[in-house]
Design a protein. Structure first.
Length: 196
């Protein structure tokens, strides 16, 4: 790692080429990293050498809930990946169980991805549009075929329209919340490499 750093790589990452872990751990690790950081080797990484500039840039980030692997790769320095083989544990058992792994996933997913909030917007638009179409179908049934009982059509139409509008408003609020969250993090737009 030091040799790669001496060659001019500012971040040197040592990643697991082979796992000595269970199949479920391999699958969940693969999915976790592919969802959050598609350019990361499968299984992520644990060991990193950082030059002083890269370390200073990471230390300037002000968030409390951090996903350090994302932070390391997102600051824009030259990165070199070095593989190693992780051997099977011979003594003891890992305390890092599925519950802890899921907790780590949630912290990373919420701090890195705006997908849940964007999904709310998409679902809101979809439900509002589907509710509007189904309301037209109910109106058609009311005037042509009849409805199961008196008052059913207006109740259903109101439920569909109000439910769709609520979902749509939650999606719009989610978009604002993401932008507020992004501003609060105060990540730098760029990092100065050299001052001339």
């Amino acid at each position: 790692m030091i040799k790669e750093w001496e060659l001019g790589n500012e971040i040197v990452v040592s990643y697991r080429k082979a796992h000595g872990t269970s199949r479920i751990n391999k699958i969940t690790s693969f999915l976790f990293y592919k969802m959050l950081m598609p350019n990361v080797p499968p299984g992520g990484f644990d060991f990193v050498l950082l030059c002083r500039k890269a370390l200073d840039a990471i230390n300037k980030l002000k968030e409390r809930n951090r996903f350090y692997q994302y932070d390391i790769l997102s600051i824009g320095f030259r990165v070199k990946f070095i593989p190693y083989e992780k051997l099977t544990r011979k003594i003891g058992k890992s305390q890092y169980n599925l519950v802890k792994r899921f907790g780590n996933f949630m912290v990373a997913f919420i701090s890195v991805s705006y997908f849940p909030l964007r999904l709310m917007t998409i679902l809101g638009l979809s439900f509002a549009f589907a509710g509007f179409l189904y309301s037209i179908s109910i109106l058609n049934a009311y005037f042509i075929h009849g409805t199961p009982f008196d008052g059913w059509a207006p109740i259903m139409i109101l439920l569909l329209i109000i439910g769709g509008l609520i979902m749509l408003m939650l999606g719009v609020l989610g978009e604002y919340i993401w932008r507020i969250y992004d501003e609060i993090k105060q990540r730098p737009v760029y990092i100065v490499d050299k001052e001339l």
